[in-house]
Design a protein around this ligand. Structure first.
Ligand code: ZN
Length: 350
């Protein structure tokens, strides 16, 4: 049973987001409308993929999604029923030229406004936005312009983060950073994202050092998808070898040390923020939110923020669901702390 008082308390909070993905943050309503808006524009069909996440053929393969609810259900099936690539393809196809980016930046900012978000570091991987005519550099510029226009209309400020999709090799990762370089003053920073297994942070040291040279802040998806020891090693590498200013997920960070290195002490000393995504971890990896020990991390002095990650991929993925889960686990003061931290940790460039 939901506590309506606590729910409303969380729902009415105005805050910043340090960690949300553009492609995982577009509402199925907006995606469905885009695909069905104007057939004369030669948009790709919105159809069921060939196979499920295990590679088994889907009976609905090639058939159009009947309605928004069917699409919503499909998106909620990420990694349980549907593959990573298939789910993200639905939103990535809507972000392949400047006009579409404009439409989807507006849709995203309207969603944020509806959820009391005043500022967000929305991320996207430019490599995935070059299926049409756009180069990576053009895509980054188009996204910045699109969010600038959306701000005029919604009042919500988005300062994007450019992600390196970690299936790239070190050289291609440097190309992503080079594409971001002309926009160093308008971007919140650079991130390392996507499937973490077998792609440890050290592989991207060159790209991250380049980003540092160009004055770009650095955050890393680390300690999310692997076994505990590898997760800890990846957090260590992100901090020590990529000189990260932010770490996301870091599920076993409460263990505090790895091989004698004090991760928490390093984060506090170097003012590295933790972008936590509790509901995402719970839904994707069966992580017990209590076992993230965010209370302990806050007590130790880590700058912890709470984020939705990919809010459209779970039925309870919005920011309010994350805040509420922490409110139930701890108390309203902890919720207040998360809200205050979201402002303190925001890379607004001001
Ligand atoms: Zn993420």
């Amino acid at each position: 049973m939901r506590d309506p008082g606590l729910w409303d308390y969380c729902k009415n909070k105005k805050l910043c987001l340090n960690h949300i993905h553009w492609d995982g943050g577009l509402r199925p309503e907006d995606l469905f409308a885009w695909y069905n808006a104007d057939v004369s524009q030669d948009r790709p069909p919105l159809v069921w993929p060939e196979n499920d996440v295990r590679g088994n053929p889907l009976p609905q393969a090639g058939q159009p999604f009947k309605d928004v609810e069917e699409l919503r259900g499909f998106m909620h099936g990420l990694l349980v029923k549907q593959g990573f690539g298939e789910v993200f393809k639905v939103s990535l196809q809507t972000l392949q030229d400047a006009d579409d980016m404009r439409e989807m930046a507006l849709a995203h900012c309207r969603y944020l406004a509806d959820h009391n978000i005043t500022f967000a570091e929305t991320r996207f991987a430019p490599w995935y936005h070059t299926d049409g005519e756009m180069s990576m550099q053009y895509a980054i510029g188009a996204a910045i312009n699109a969010f600038g226009e959306a701000r005029e209309e919604t009042g919500v400020e988005v300062r994007p983060i450019v992600c390196i999709n970690r299936e790239l090799d070190g050289e291609d990762a440097c190309l992503v950073v080079e594409a971001a370089r002309p926009y160093a003053n308008e971007l919140a920073g650079i991130d390392l994202a996507c499937i973490e297994n077998d792609r440890p942070p050290w592989m991207f040291r060159g790209a991250f050092m380049l980003a540092k040279t160009y004055g770009l802040r650095r955050t890393v998806h680390a300690g999310e998808m692997c076994d505990e020891q590898t997760n800890l090693d990846n957090i260590y590498q992100a901090l020590e070898q990529l000189d990260a200013n932010g770490i996301s997920h870091a599920r076993p960070l409460y263990k505090k040390t790895v091989d004698g290195f004090d991760l928490v002490e390093h984060m506090i000393k170097n003012q590295v923020r933790l972008e936590s995504n509790p509901r995402s971890n719970e839904r994707t990896f069966g992580q017990d939110i209590a076992e993230l020990h965010l209370d302990k991390l806050v007590e130790w002095g880590v700058l912890v923020t709470v984020n939705p990650d990919d809010p459209m991929l779970w039925p309870d993925g919005d920011t309010v669901h994350n805040l509420y889960a922490l409110g139930v686990l701890y108390d309203k003061e902890f919720v207040d702390q998360m809200v205050a931290n979201s402002y303190a940790a925001a890379w607004t460039g001001r």
